[in-house]
Design a protein around this ligand. Structure first.
Ligand code: NAD
Ligand code: DAU
Length: 360
């Protein structure tokens, strides 16, 4: 039985990954989830696993060397899947320091914990151990509107404090692979969407606001392009890279699904109107009049687009969910989990929203 150490498993992608892995492997795996439960971490995302004897939750900060060492000492960890990070670009623009601490120093601490546990006296590593560092396409910078893609060979050119911190963490993982032959992979994925995403990010924020008849904030001219991938396809890619990828390699993950932000907002409005019953009073307000153009994000990257050729050719990965289906599934999930949305938007979210959007 393999034991996985997942960091940041109470967040959006991490919780989807843990669900995906138990659906796929059942009780053939064990998962230990280490998460500090910041504003973005929500134990409710994994409430259904509380009774699962193969699942353990440890509340700890990935920067806490002792706590991480203890987990490695007490468990024979086979795989590390490292999601934990500060992940929101707008927050990084307001307060970069915590991004450097968690994303750079936290990653260094995770690398050291795994290295110490897995390294043999001759400097090689125990057979079969693997560390997967989950990273982002934002490390490659920004593409022009009229073409080009991010390949694994594209030079790093991060612009925001968030992407700079992720780029630094990628370089640390690369340094450990090159210097120590530390058994790792890096994946750089495009924008994810799906259940359990915190409503500071575009898609859940727009769904939540639209359902409440609130204005829908669109930054700048709304024509920035992101390459959207259903979160389960990302989870499948991570698992396939660990099982079928070549060690020490980087793989880009994305499904050629580029959309301008304004298209996304309009698709959400149209889909919500289709899905709400005729008699639902919220339908009346669901028009494009809710769209409100606001001051642009500072240093806003224009376009991201992944070339997934390498992961397709070497690992056999391809995305299974078409955007038309994924967005419906996603909206249906937020419909069915309005209590989840209420819980995460009470308290601190209100002041975050006011600070980020009021008078913008
Ligand atoms: P998220 O913000 O939803 O979740 C982050 C999780 O990490 C939370 O559970 C939080 O509590 C935890 N965490 C934060 N700081 C911690 C610390 N110091 N110690 C322990 N736990 C801590 O993020 P997400 O969107 O799920 O992203 C997960 C990873 O995937 C990140 O590394 C991100 O850079 C990367 N990524 C995200 C996307 C995307 O579209 N969301 C795309 C590509 C890559
Ligand atoms: O590309 C992968 C990255 O995708 C991940 O590494 C990040 O963790 C993740 O947050 C995401 O970053 P983005 O900045 O692209 O995502 P966000 O949802 O914040 O914004 C998507 C686009 O929508 C972006 O161009 C900004 C715009 N936007 C966002 C918000 C929150 C708006 O127009 N209005 C908004 O209110």
């Amino acid at each position: 039985m393999k034991t996985y150490l997942v960091t940041g498993g109470a967040g959006f992608i991490g919780s989807n990954y843990i669900h995906y892995m138990f659906r796929k492997y059942g009780d053939a795996i064990r998962i230990i989830n280490v998460d500090a439960l910041t504003y973005a971490g929500n134990p409710e995302n994994l409430a259904d696993l509380e009774e699962n004897p193969n699942y353990t939750f440890v509340k700890a900060d990935i920067c806490d060397a002792e706590a991480i060492r203890k987990i490695f000492a007490e468990n024979e960890i086979d795989r590390v899947v490292h999601f934990a990070a500060e992940s929101h670009v707008d927050r990084s623009i307001k307060d970069p320091a915590v991004f450097v601490k968690t994303n750079v120093l936290g990653t260094l601490n995770m690398l050291n914990g795994a290295k110490e546990a897995w390294e043999l006296p001759d400097g090689s590593f125990k057979e079969g151990k693997k560390f997967l560092h989950v990273s982002t396409d934002e490390v490659y910078g920004s593409l022009s509107e009229d073409g080009g893609y991010f390949y694994e060979t594209t030079p790093y050119d991060p612009h925001s404090p968030y992407s700079a911190s992720k780029a630094s963490s990628d370089f640390l993982v690369k340094a450990y692979m090159d210097t120590y032959r530390f058994p790792a992979n890096i994946t750089n994925c495009s924008n994810n969407y799906g259940p359990y995403q915190f409503p500071e990010k575009l898609i859940p924020l727009i769904i939540n606001n639209a359902l409440q008849g609130k204005t829908l904030p669109v930054y700048g001219d709304g024509k920035n392009v992101r390459d959207w991938l259903f979160v389960e396809d990302h989870c499948k890619g991570i698992d396939m890279v660990q099982e079928k990828g070549k060690l020490f390699e980087t793989y880009n993950i994305g499904g050629h699904n580029e959309k301008q932000n304004i298209e996304i907002v309009k698709i959400i409005i149209d889909t919500l109107r289709e899905m709400l019953p005729e008699e639902d009073p919220r339908r009346e307000h669901l028009t494009y009049d809710l769209i409100h153009y606001v001051t642009d994000r500072k240093g806003h990257d224009r376009r991201y687009a992944i070339a997934p050729d390498k992961i397709k050719a070497e690992v056999g990965w391809y995305p299974e969910t078409k955007f038309e289906d994924g967005i419906k599934k996603t909206i249906a999930w937020y419909f069915d989990h309005q209590d989840w949305m209420e819980h995460v938007t009470s308290g601190a979210y209100q002041s975050y929203y006011a600070d980020m959007y009021e008078g913008r």
